[in-house]
Design a protein around this ligand. Sequence first.
Ligand code: AMP
Ligand code: GLY
Length: 424
Amino acid sequence: MDILIVGSGGREYSIGLALSKDENVNNLYFAPGNGATDTLGTNISYNSYEELANFVEKNSIDLTIVGPEAPLVDGIVDIFQSKNLTIFGPSQKAAQLEGSKIFMKNFLARHNIPTARYIETDNLNEAEDFIDTLTPPIVVKADGLCGGKGVIIAPSHQEAKDAAKDMLTGSSFGEAGLRIVVEEFLDGYELSVFAVCDGKDYIVLPAAQDHKRLLDGDKGPNTGGMGAYAPTPLVNDEIYKKLDERVIKPTLKGMEEEGMPFSGVLFMGVMVVDGEPYILEYNVRFGDPECEELMPLLKTPASELFYNAATGKLAQTDVEFYDKYAVGVVMASKNYPYSSSEPAEIIIDEINHPNLKENSHISFAGVSRGEDGKLYATGGRVLVCVGMGESIKEARDRAYMLVGQVHFAGKQCRTDIAYQALRD
Ligand code: AMP
Ligand code: GLY
């Protein structure tokens, strides 16, 4: 099977890494890929999704897997499907679950799926009146895609009102903020739960925990995610059952009833409050860096999972995971998440310890290959060091041993990934 992966991050690298070890896979392509995906396959540049679809058609590529949300929200799946090409991901209509927070919140309300109390509005007075009814902190969200930055957790009524005003006047997020959601703050622990869906059936992957803040102890600014681990022991059978019955089933049924059956990855951002799961948000793709830990836990050939999901055959797919843990530590560039950084050469020490060699690896993200053939850190999140183990501690220790082997000027990482699973 020949496969194209759309995207350029660590998530796409990790999917490619899993597929590169898969006997069913011949040629792998990345569009556009990054400076390291060229070691797993061929990087392709493109100017439009139509052009990419033509490339897929011409080269008889059997399956396209879409990593990031932007092409999904732009309708890449619809374009490919109109040419009878097999593609893994939701339609443009279904991708609204991520593309519009207002669509998502109203969908949750229509289908009685537990979520924070909210209003949606484009009117500042209405926003201010609702803010006055809430106890701080208060959550203000821009409706549209803002590259993960459109959520403000305001510590006071005044700051919530200021955030609402900045969004509604277009000064903070442009068009994406002209309509907003204001909601109550949920105080609990956060999970990333993924269901691979084929429009009818679904498979729930081991639950993960991300670490969104830049600094140890969940301090500092929000980022795309500084590290993750899976499976998390913070989910027990009861929570999985509640998620299944109260969230996943009604979501997929609701999407089907509303004429947009969901296929692709349904990413549930969940807050567990007193043992009860609430939906914070949906995304319509794998999390990054969660994907980097989930892919190496997948025992079933990745091509089988994605191809069968894309062709409506999940019911006949037996998906298995290794009985192991994975911990991923993101190494980011100097000025992340504030601004870009000078390119810095990446030097990786030779790993001699057999134990580490076999149980750890790097997923490359914001990297470019220089004309000298060397790898340079050029993006915000540069790479993820992933450790595998029989326990979370073992996996975490290996991930950090690998971090110690990787060098580039200005590198930064958290030192406490997986702390919630490891505290006494
Ligand atoms: P979102 O993009 O909606 O997931 O929001 C980004 C982050 O803001 C989430 O991962 C949470 O950490 C936090 N957040 C969003 N909504 C709430 C809420 N209602 N209560 C508490 N934290 C929230
Ligand atoms: N790691 C969170 C996200 O991908 O949105």
